[in-house]
Design a protein around this ligand. Structure first.
Ligand SMILES: Cc1cc2nc3c(=O)[nH]c(=O)nc-3n(C[C@H](O)[C@H](O)[C@H](O)COP(=O)(O)OP(=O)(O)OC[C@H]3O[C@@H](n4cnc5c(N)ncnc54)[C@H](O)[C@@H]3O)c2cc1C
Length: 710
C-alpha cells in the first residue's frame, strides 16, 4: 500500500509538472531572459538562493524530471565555476541517489522476483564490478543520467557505492556544463554544450577506465608471477595433473586441437568416478536392485522367486564392471589420442614447471584436476574403529551384519539402500533434520519412506558424538534432542562429504589461493590466482559431479591454450544431477525450496507418474515430475523428477532449459508410446490445461454452436 501511495504521489508530481508546463521555467531562453533578475536576487539573498537552488536541483533530479542540464548551466551563470560546481556536484549526486532509492523501493523486488534467474549474470556482474560499470557510464554524458539512476536502483548495487561513484564520475561532465554556464549569453542550446571533440574525449576517458582495469589485471598477474624465472622454451603446451573425468577431458580436448599435452596421474586412470565412485556404486546398485525385484516378484505376476548370492561375488562383479570400462580411460587410449601420459606423482615447482618422477616439465600452462577425497570428521574414537569410506569399501568381501552409514547425502543414501537390499541391517545416521537436504522436503520424505519400508532405520537429527567399544561390541553415540542414543554396528561407512585434494603438491608454496573450505579459488575463467594455472573438477567445485568436471574441462583447456586470443566464462546456468536411490531423483535448475529462499516467483506444475501407462505396465507407478515455471509463462525455472529412470528422463528438460525451450515446445514434441519419457510431455500438458485461454474458448464454443445452427 505504501508503495502504491508513493508511486501515486510521484505520478501526480510528474503530471502536475507537465500539466502546468513548468518545463518552460527550465529552458535556456527563460533562464537567459531572467538572468539579471536572478543575479539581483542572489546579490540580496545569497544563502536563500543557494539553498533554494540546491533543493530545486535535488527535487528535479530526484523525481527524474527534465531540466537538470539547463539548471546546471544556470548554476554556472548565477554562482560562478567554483561555487556552482560544488553545489551542483552534491545536489546532482543526492538527487540521483533519491531517484536510485525510489526506483529500488518501488520496483526492485518485483523485477528481481520476476526476472531473478535471468538477472543472475547481471547481479553477479554488479556484485563484482558494479562500481566500475557505473563509473564508465557516468563519465559519458551521452547516457541519460536519469535512466542510469533508475536502472541502477533495480540492481543489487549498494547505495554508498552508487553515491560516491556518481559523485566522482559525474564531476568532469558537471564541470564542463557549469563552466559553459558562466558564459550563458553565448550559449545557443543546452545540447550544444558538448562539441563532438568533448564528447569523444569523455568517451575516450570511459574507455580508459576499461583499459585501466585491464592494466590492473595485467599488473596483478605480473605480480603473482614475480620472482619465478620463466623458462625460455617449453617442453609441452599444457600439463594436466590428475586423470579423473576433469583431467581426462581437458587432455582430450587439448590433444584434439593439436596441442602437445602431458597428463600426469599418480594412482588410477579414470580417477574416483571409475574406480571408487560413480561406476562401482552404480554397479552395486544394479545387483541390489535385482534382489529388490526378486522380493517384489508377485507384483509382476510371479508367485515365488528367490535368489541366492554371495556377497563377495557381488563385490567381484563390481571389479569386472570397472575392468570393462577401464579401456575408455586407459593410458593406451589417451596415448593413441596423442596425449603424453605419465604415471607418477606431480609436483608444481613454479608457475611454468611441474616435476614428476624426478623430471621437470616446462609448460606455459598447468591444469590442476586432482579431485577430492572422502572427508572423515574428527569424531572421538573414530581412529580406533576400522571404518570404510568410498575409497576402500569396494574391497569389502564379507557381508556386514549391522551396518551404520554416517551421512544422509546422495552417496550415503545410495549406499544405505544398496546394502539394505543386499540383506544387511542398516542404520543411516544424519545430523540434519532430513536426508537429501538439497532436495525439496517431499522428496526427502518419499525416499525416507521407501528406505523404512525396506527395513532401514533412518535416524535424522542425530549428531555423531563418539565411537565406543563395549564388550567387543561397537557403538556410535549420537546426540538427539539433548540425549545420547547408542547405535550398535559391526561395520561403519563414513559418507559425510568430500574434501578437495589441494595440498601437498606445490600449490601452497607458489601461492595459489585456496578458499576457506580448501578448494582452489578460481575466477570465472577457471584461472587460479597464479594466472598460468587453471583448475577444474572436484578440487575447485562448486559442484562435485563427473559431468560438471567434464564441462569445466572445456573451459580449462580452451582458456589455457587460447586465452591470449579469447577466454570464455564457465557457464553453470543449467546443471543437472541425479541421486540413484529408488525412487531415483533427478533435478535441473531450481526446486521449490530454493526458489522461495531466493525470492523468485514461480508456478508449480505436477504430473504424477502413478498415472503413466508405461509405469503402470512396469509396476513402477510412483513418483512425479514437478516443473517450476515463470508465472503465466511456459519458461522453465527448474524441474525435479522422482521415479524410475528419473536421471534419464530429465535430459529433455536439461535440453529445454539450455536452449530456452518452454513447456509448449515439449508439448508439441512427439513422444513414443508407451515410454516413461511421456511423463515429460504430460507434465507440459498439465501446465497447458492450467493456462487455457478461457475467454477464447468461450468464443470458440459459440462458434461451434453457430455451426450447429443451435
Ligand atoms: C561413491 C561415489 C559415487 C559417486 N557417484 C557419482 C555419480 O553417480 N555421478 C556423478 O556425476 N558423480 C558421482 N560421484 C562424484 C564423482 O566421482 C566426482 O565428481 C568425480 O570423480 C570428480 O572428478 P575429478 O576429475 O575432479 O577428480 P577425480 O576423479 O578424483 O580425479 C583426480 C585424479 O587426480 C589424481 N591426482 C591427485 N593428485 C595428484 C598428483 N599430485 N599427481 C598426479 N595425480 C594426482 C588422483 O589420483 C585422481 O585419479 C561419486 C563419488 C563417489 C565417491
Amino acid at each position: 500500500m505504501k508503495k502504491i501511495i508513493l508511486l501515486g504521489l510521484l505520478i501526480l508530481i510528474v503530471a502536475l509538472f507537465f500539466h502546468y508546463d513548468l518545463e518552460r521555467f527550465l529552458t535556456l531562453e527563460y533562464i537567459k531572459a531572467q538572468q539579471q533578475v536572478i543575479d539581483d536576487y542572489y546579490a540580496d539573498n545569497r544563502a536563500l538562493t543557494l539553498i533554494g537552488f540546491f533543493l530545486l536541483y535535488v527535487v528535479i533530479t530526484g523525481a527524474s524530471l527534465p531540466g537538470a542540464a539547463v539548471l546546471t548551466l544556470a548554476g554556472g551563470a548565477i554562482f560562478g565555476l567554483a561555487t556552482g560546481l560544488v553545489l551542483i556536484s552534491f545536489a546532482s549526486t543526492i538527487g540521483a541517489s533519491i531517484a536510485f532509492l525510489l526506483s529500488r523501493y518501488l520496483f526492485r523486488d518485483a523485477v528481481q522476483t520476476r526476472f531473478g534467474t535471468s538477472l543472475k549474470a547481471i547481479n553477479d556482474g554488479i556484485e563484482k564490478d558494479g562500481a566500475f560499470y557505473l563509473f564508465a557510464l557516468r563519465l559519458v554524458p551521452a547516457f541519460p543520467f536519469f535512466v542510469i539512476n533508475l536502472v541502477m536502483g533495480l540492481t543489487t548495487l549498494r547505495l554508498w557505492t552508487f553515491f560516491w561513484v556518481s559523485q566522482v564520475g559525474m564531476f568532469a561532465g558537471t564541470a564542463v556544463y557549469v563552466n559553459a554556464g558562466t558564459r550563458l549569453a553565448q550559449i545557443e542550446s543546452a545540447s550544444g554544450i558538448f562539441s563532438t571533440e568533448i564528447l569523444l574525449s569523455f568517451l575516450l576517458l570511459a574507455m580508459l577506465t576499461f583499459i585501466g582495469k585491464k592494466i590492473v589485471t595485467v599488473i596483478g598477474s605480473r605480480k603473482a608471477l614475480k620472482g619465478f624465472g620463466k623458462p625460455d622454451k617449453f617442453d609441452t603446451n599444457l600439463v594436466v595433473i590428475g586423470a579423473g573425468s576433469a583431467g581426462l577431458v581437458t587432455a582430450y580436448i587439448a590433444a584434439a586441437v593439436k596441442a602437445r599435452v602431458t597428463l600426469i596421474e599418480k594412482h588410477k586412470m579414470g580417477g574416483d568416478c571409475l574406480n571408487f565412485g560413480c561406476v562401482p556404486s552404480k554397479a552395486m546398485i544394479r545387483s541390489a536392485k535385482f534382489m529388490s525385484q526378486v522380493t517384489r516378484s508377485q507384483e509382476f505376476g510371479i508367485r515365488t522367486a528367490s535368489a541366492e548370492f554371495d556377497f563377495a561375488e557381488v563385490m567381484e562383479r563390481i571389479q569386472q564392471v570397472i575392468k570393462k570400462i577401464e579401456p575408455h580411460d586407459s593410458v593406451e587410449r589417451y596415448t593413441g589420442l596423442g596425449v603424453d601420459v605419465v604415471q607418477g606423482e606431480a609436483r608444481i615447482t613454479s608457475p611454468w614447471t611441474v616435476e614428476v618422477n624426478g623430471q621437470i616439465i616446462r609448460t606455459p600452462n598447468i591444469v590442476v584436476a586432482t579431485g577430492g577425497r572422502p572427508f572423515v570428521p574428527p569424531i572421538e574414537g573414530i581412529d580406533e574403529i576400522d571404518y570404510y569410506t568410498s575409497d576402500n569399501l569396494w574391497e569389502m568381501r564379507t557381508k556386514p551384519r549391522k551396518l551404520a552409514v554416517l551421512g544422509g547425502g546422495p552417496i550415503g543414501s545410495e549406499l544405505t539402500q544398496t546394502f539394505a537390499r543386499l540383506g544387511v541391517d542398516v542404520t543411516q545416521v544424519e545430523m540434519l533434520p532430513r536426508i537429501l537436504l538439497r532436495e525439496d522436503p517431499e522428496v526427502s520424505e518419499l525416499v525416507r519412506e521407501k528406505f523404512e519400508q525396506e527395513g532401514v532405520r533412518v535416524l535424522t537429527g542425530h549428531k555423531a558424538k563418539k565411537f565406543i567399544v563395549r564388550d567387543g561390541v561397537k557403538f556410535l553415540v549420537a546426540e538427539h534432542e539433548g540425549s545420547d542414543v547408542e547405535i550398535e554396528f559391526d561395520t561403519l561407512i563414513v559418507a559425510v562429504g568430500r574434501a578437495p585434494r589441494s595440498g601437498g603438491f606445490g600449490l601452497e608454496e607458489i601461492g595459489v589461493r585456496l578458499r576457506a573450505n580448501g578448494t582452489i579459488d578460481v575466477n570465472e575463467y577457471l584461472q587460479t590466482s597464479i594466472p598460468t594455472i587453471y583448475a577444474c573438477g572436484d578440487v575447485t567445485g562448486p559442484y562435485q559431479f563427473t559431468h560438471v568436471g567434464a564441462h569445466q574441462a572445456w573451459y580449462t583447456s580452451v582458456n589455457s591454450l587460447f586465452g591470449i586470443v579469447r577466454r570464455f566464462k564457465a557457464d553453470y546456468s543449467v546443471i543437472p544431477w541425479a541421486t540413484f536411490t529408488e525412487p531415483e531423483i533427478a533435478r535441473v535448475g531450481l526446486n521449490e525450496t530454493e526458489a522461495r529462499e531466493q525470492g523468485i516467483a514461480f508456478e508449480v506444475t505436477r504430473y504424477g507418474i502413478d498415472d503413466l501407462d508405461r509405469a503402470i505396465a512396469d509396476s513402477e507407478a510412483h513418483g512425479f515430475v514437478k516443473v517450476l515455471t515463470v508465472p503465466g509463462k511456459d519458461r522453465i525455472l527448474g524441474v525435479t523428477i522422482v521415479g524410475e529412470h528419473a536421471g534419464d528422463l530429465i535430459a529433455e528438460y536439461v535440453l529445454a532449459m539450455r536452449h530456452g525451450l518452454g513447456l509448449n515446445k515439449i508439448l508439441g514434441t512427439i513422444h513414443i508410446y508407451p515410454t516413461l519419457a511421456e511423463a515429460n510431455k504430460y507434465a507440459a500438458g498439465e501446465w497447458k490445461r492450467a493456462h487455457v485461454p478461457g475467454k477464447l474458448l468461450a468464443w470458440v464454443q459459440k462458434f461451434h454452436r453457430w455451426r450447429r445452427g443451435a
